[in-house]
Design a protein around this ligand. Structure first.
Ligand SMILES: [Zn+2]
Length: 98
C-alpha cells in the first residue's frame, strides 16, 4: 500500500501553531507544528520521528510524504534548522527527559 494515501486531520490543538493530527485511515497520530522560513516558505515540523536525533522531521505542507526530510528551503536555500523557527536541533535528546 503506498504510504502517501494518508489523510491527516487536525484532532487536537496544543498551542497556536502546534497540533495533533490523526490519520483517518489508520488512526495513527502525530504531533506537528506549522512554521515558516524567513523567506515565507511554509515548513511543517513533525515531532517524535526517527528522522533526526532530536526526533524532528521538517517537510513542506504541500509535499507531505512520510520519508521526506527537508534540509534546505527550496525557495531561499537556507538550512531550515537556522531559518525556520522551532526547526533548530535540540541539544537534549528525546530519551533524556525520563
Ligand atoms: Zn526560505
Amino acid at each position: 500500500m503506498p504510504q502517501n494515501t494518508r489523510a491527516w486531520e487536525i484532532t487536537g490543538v496544543l498551542g497556536e501553531d502546534l497540533f495533533i493530527q490523526t490519520d483517518t485511515h489508520s488512526g495513527e497520530k502525530r504531533k506537528v507544528r506549522s512554521s515558516e522560513c524567513d523567506c515565507g516558505q511554509p515548513v511543517m515540523i513533525e515531532y517524535n520521528t526517527s528522522h533526526r536525533q532530536d526526533g524532528k522531521r521538517t517537510f513542506y505542507p504541500e509535499d507531505d510524504k512520510e520519508n521526506t526530510l527537508v534540509f534546505r528551503c527550496k525557495q531561499c536555500l537556507s538550512p531550515v534548522h537556522e531559518s525556520v523557527p522551532y526547526a533548530g536541533f535540540e541539544v537534549t535528546r528525546k530519551m533524556d527527559t525520563c
